[in-house]
Design a protein around this ligand. Structure first.
Ligand code: M6R
Length: 614
């Protein structure tokens, strides 16, 4: 939530900041702004709305300067408006600050500053920062000390960048709880440039190496990086090469990241399988440092995650139960963290997160650690806070996911949960070589089956036409595809704003069926397998009440096709692998429904890609 950038270098500061902010727009898009030094004085430009709106403003005021900071906002305190947009300044306009996160004690600080005569113009928590720094400067501290003294007054989780006229050659920064990365690049004439950002895409392709700040670290950069730990001791910023390439974060031939990311799934799966399966018979996670003896003795797994990641976790729970024969639960992180979970020392808590920064999932892992439980995370961002705080990490290898609606991360999570369950079963001597070979053989057929589903896009668009004017849609599935129904409903509601709910089909008669009418269609996920006949009964119940049924079926299932109003086919697979296929038509269905309704699929209203506040 919110993205911040900072720059010092030979390029025009506005262009670097704008490009960086555009890449961070997935983190929030309510308002945006930049502050920069123009002949040693701070200038500021901000605007309500998207980065494109800010860019329009910038065109009106030619910017000169090479040092600055920028922000794209997801509103927490105060409505989306120009006055609440960052950067925020002190009254003298000599200090400008951007912040990502929450200053929890801002009301207390605000009251204190007001009693000293400070006046506030915005409703944000961030505005206390420039005033508090100003106060300490006026008390006689230099800008650096004033910055640090202010940091010591803060409760909350944040990443901050600041420029101040007392040090017109510096960009200050601090991190405590929200991500912040420093980066170094070199322009063509060999001049060094230094950057900071909430996420790596903001400085691709400019930066060659990056440093991921730890909580409590702060500092500034001028011609080089000056980094300090919380108590103030100078430390080295060990830079790592930036692995993300420009094409990974560009649209290429696609109009939207969501569609690009849906289409990337077959190749992504091939990449994952090539990495995880060794010699066609062993499943390996080279980054997972847990000893096999430990993992095989884990008696219970608790998966905790949010949104799409929880939906994949629900299927992960089934994999662990059915394949690895372990006790497993899946829970909302936001509940797990507060329900004082009871668990023995042989429990392993799993967090699943694309971003690796989701506040509730992180808090769930911290809660588990506070109970001396080991934690394992499945993350797409291997440098994220969740990855760094976990005892063990499995990298999802989905590549950068930019669309706010998660798609390829979901199938990467499913694949990794499945492989992990097989790995646990294997090291627990529960699998025969034949069973392993069969799984691997079948898994390798899935990418081409996904490609086949993508070829049915025209048919999917036709069904989207039939959904686009509905107010409500229900999704039903069972066992392996119960979570598919939940995920299909989540996708539809978040990007098309059509009310949608997913249900375990067996629960349908216990209430939700009351919603069925000619106006409320039902999507039934019914690939071949044990639950197919049960789902046919649900389908009949809907038809008997004038409901329209769209079904996800296995190719050639003429019986189901004859009962439903329309079907979307997926190639045949074993039931356990079916969730890797059945979700694809639902991802495309929500995409096309949203497009037909004129929605911004990559930046749906009210949402942000990475939910770093509670
Ligand atoms: O980064 P995470 O996987 O932890 O994010 C969890 C959810 O916020 C995320 O999956 C959200 O539900 C997406 N908008 C779903 O498309």
């Amino acid at each position: 939530m919110c993205g911040i950038v900072g720059y010092i270098g030979p390029k025009a500061v506005d262009s670097v900041l704008i490009v960086g902010l555009e890449k961070l727009e997935y983190r929030g898009y309510d308002s945006a702004g930049i502050a920069y030094f123009d002949r040693n004085e701070i200038s500021i430009i901000k605007e309500k709305g998207r980065i494109a709106d800010l860019e329009e403003q910038i065109k009106k005021y030619p910017v000169e300067g090479h040092i600055g900071i920028g922000h794209t906002r997801w509103a927490t305190h105060g409505e989306p408006s120009k006055v609440n947009a960052h950067p925020h300044m002190n009254r003298d306009k000599t200090i400008a600050v951007v912040q990502n996160g929450i200053i929890e004690n801002y009301l207390e600080l605000k009251t204190e500053l007001k009693s000293l005569g400070y006046m506030f113009i915005s409703e944000t928590d961030t505005e206390v920062l420039p005033h508090m720094i100003d106060r300490y400067v006026k008390e006689g501290f230099d800008l650096e000390k004033a910055f640090v003294k202010t940091l010591h007054r803060l409760d909350g989780k944040y990443a901050i960048a600041m420029i101040g006229e007392k040090n017109p050659d510096r960009v200050y920064f601090a991190k405590d709880g929200a991500p912040l990365i420093l980066a170094e690049g070199e322009n063509l004439s060999g001049k060094k440039e230094l950057l900071l950002a909430s996420d790596v895409p903001a400085f691709v392709p400019l930066a060659k190496s990056a440093y991921y700040l730890n909580d409590g670290e702060w500092g500034y950069f001028d011609s080089t990086i000056h980094l300090f730990d919380r108590p103030g001791a100078q430390i080295n910023a060990f830079m790592e090469p930036v692995a993300i390439k420009l094409e990974d974060i560009s649209l290429g031939e696609y109009e939207h990241f969501m569609r690009k990311e849906i289409y990337e799934q077959p190749e992504m799966l091939e990449r994952i399988l090539a990495e995880r399966i060794v010699n066609n018979e062993t499943i390996e996670f080279s980054e997972l440092k847990f000893p096999r003896e430990y993992l095989s003795k884990v008696a219970r797994f608790i998966i905790q995650a949010c949104g799409t990641s929880l939906n994949s976790g629900m299927i992960g729970k089934l994999y662990l139960e059915q394949v690895a024969k372990k006790m497993a639960d899946a829970d909302y992180s936001s509940e797990f963290r507060y329900r004082n979970p009871v668990a023995g020392g042989d429990t392993l808590v799993i967090g699943i997160s694309q971003s690796g920064e989701t506040a509730d999932t992180l808090a769930g892992l911290r809660e588990a650690k506070s109970k001396f439980l080991k934690v394992l995370s499945f993350v797409n961002n291997i440098n994220s806070t969740i990855a760094r705080e976990s005892d063990g990490v499995i990298h999802l290898m989905a590549g950068p996911e930019i669309g706010v609606a998660s798609t390829k991360a979901y199938t990467a999570q499913l694949t990794h949960m499945l492989l992990f369950a097989y790995h646990v079963a294997d090291i627990s001597w529960l699998l025969t070589s034949e069973e392993k070979r069969d799984l691997i053989k079948e898994l390798k057929t899935i990418p081409d089956k996904m490609r086949k589903i993508l070829q049915y896009e025209t048919k999917i668009k036709e069904i989207a036409e039939r959904l686009k004017n509905r107010n409500s849609v229900l999704f039903l599935g069972r066992t392996w595809n119960h979570a598919t129904a939940l995920e299909g409903a989540l996708k539809l509601k978040e990007i098309s704003y059509i009310h949608a709910e997913g249900y375990a089909a067996g629960e349908f008669k216990h209430g939700p069926i009351a919603l069925v009418s000619a106006e409320v269609p039902v999507v039934v996920v019914a690939p071949k397998g044990e639950m197919r006949t049960k789902l046919i009964s649900n389908l009949q119940e809907v038809k008997a009440r004038n409901g329209e049924v769209f079904a996800i079926v296995t190719e050639g299932d003429d019986e189901l096709a004859s009962l439903a109003d329309a079907v979307l086919e997926v190639p045949e697979s074993s039931e356990i692998l079916s969730p890797l296929l059945t979700i694809l038509p639902l991802q495309l269905l929500s995409y096309h429904t949203a497009i037909l309704r004129g929605c911004d699929v990559d930046k749906p209203r009210n949402l942000a890609k990475s939910v770093t506040v509670e």
